[in-house]
Design a protein around this ligand. Structure first.
Ligand code: ADP
Length: 418
């Protein structure tokens, strides 16, 4: 048979049927030439029958080639779909179960086995999940074919919070026979949410205290102390202190939010720590003198360069030396030591005070925002509770660590290791 190619050229289909038909026509022509009309007629009919048979065969092969699955029994197709779905589910790293309308678990992926343990094939869902809320969701989805979600938390082995979703698997006739149960782990976003709301609550509380005190003094000045210039002067002094406290707090909050924005960008400047620490000492000399403290520096001869942002590093060391002066006042001495980098270790700056020290249980929490060992002591020393949080943020950006060692009654050492 002649067919045309895509480019329009004629080509011949090399089918054995075509060849046989051609052969019969040739023999028929020969028989006709030999005046054997009956033989020629029989042979021609045979050739036509063969050619007529061929298109029918072609047409059938075309229909068969399209949806092979349709020709398979329904149960086999469904099994096939489950196989493909299970393979897809096993590639996803979120715990997933495939369940049937009788609530049997047809398949669980590796993440589900890891999170909730292995199960036997076709186990009922209640052998794995007992939460009434999840079971209600599953039942409603099976009955109504809708999607349901519920929050579920586990206490053991560690606290985890999941958003559980039950959804029907799409089917051709619209009636789902299988359902997918997924567990989205939202534990970390919950922790972040809680930290954020704690932070807003703490910041508001910190601002509300001086605001309330300002309001109180203004009302007193307008009322009972209206005609008392001496009291008025004293109150104005306290009010100024409260305003300065709010200013410090707002500055620290802004510092923190700016640092958060560039947390993932490492600083690229080269900074010599030698003059930088000298600058910090000079800046804090008046505070040290007012507290009757000597700041002793132990610095090497040669420059010590680190990759860093000068202003931010000044903020780090000012905070640490200031804390050592404020909280270690009774030790009368603060030592700042700079150790250059050696082969296996980066440069180090340590700030030692000889104050009362910090109890062990507080040390891991010192860099939390608004965490103070003693709230009143911090406030009376003009602390905001944000200093070490800022230090930690800056050091993280600088790929440096803060190491705190303290002994009660002997003092504390805050070390920055680059
Ligand atoms: P603050 O603004 O209160 O000083 P920081 O974040 O700088 O906040 O410090 C948190 C807390 O850590 C302080 O309130 C204080 O209790 C404690 N602290 C920090 N440095 C020292 C130190 N050198 N000695 C004793 N306690 C310290």
């Amino acid at each position: 048979m002649a067919l045309t190619d895509d480019d329009g050229k004629i080509r011949w289909r090399q089918s054995p049927y075509t060849l046989l038909a051609g052969l019969l026509i040739l023999v028929a022509a020969f028989a006709a030439a030999m005046h054997s009309v009956a033989v020629a007629l029989v042979l021609s009919v045979g050739a036509v029958a063969i050619l007529a048979y061929q298109p029918a065969r072609n047409a059938r092969s075309e229909t068969v080639a399209a949806p092979v699955i349709e020709a398979l029994p329904a149960a086999e197709t469904a099994r096939d779909n489950i196989g493909v779905t299970s393979a897809a589910l096993s590639a996803i790293d979120m715990p997933l179960y495939l369940i049937d309308a009788r609530e049997n678990i047809v398949f669980q992926n590796g993440a589900a086995a890891e999170a909730f343990g292995e199960i036997e094939a076709n186990a009922h869902i209640t052998t794995r999940l007992r939460s009434p809320a999840i079971l209600d969701c599953v039942r409603e989805t099976i009955a109504k074919g809708n999607v349901n979600t519920v929050e579920y938390s586990e206490r053991h082995p560690s606290t985890r919070v999941y958003l559980v979703r039950v959804a029907p698997m799409p089917s051709e006739n619209g009636k789902a026979t299988h359902f997918i149960l997924s567990f989205r782990d939202i534990s970390e976003s919950r922790v972040v949410e809680r930290m954020r709301s704690d932070f807003v609550a703490n910041a508001s509380h910190e601002l509300r205290t001086p605001l309330a005190s300002l309001q109180g003094f203004i009302e007193t000045l307008q009322g009972p102390a209206k005609n008392d210039p001496k009291a008025g002067e004293r109150f104005l002094g306290i009010m100024l202190e409260q305003v300065q406290r709010m200013n410090r707090l707002v500055d620290d909050l802004l510092s923190l939010s700016r640092l958060e924005l560039k947390a993932h960008i490492a600083p690229s400047d080269r900074v010599d720590l030698l003059p930088l620490l000298g600058h910090v000492r000079d800046a804090l000399q008046p505070l040290a003198a007012s507290l009757d403290i000597e700041i002793a520096m132990d610095l090497p001869q040669d420059p010590v360069f680190v990759a860093g942002d000068r202003d931010e590093l000044i903020q780090v060391f000012e905070n640490l030396v200031q804390n050592a002066c404020k909280y270690g006042q009774e030790g009368k001495r603060v030592e700042v030591t700079l150790t250059p980098a050696t082969k296996g270790q980066g440069a180090e700056v340590s700030i030692r005070d000889f104050g009362p020290g910090i109890a062990e249980e507080h040390i891991p929490r010192l860099t939390e925002r608004f965490y103070r060992v003693n709230v009143e002591a911090s406030r009376s020393k003009k602390g905001t509770g944000l200093g070490l949080a800022i230090v930690k943020h800056i050091l993280t950006r600088h790929r440096a660590r803060l190491i705190v060692k303290s002994e009660m009654g002997k003092g504390s050492v805050f070390t920055v290791r680059f």
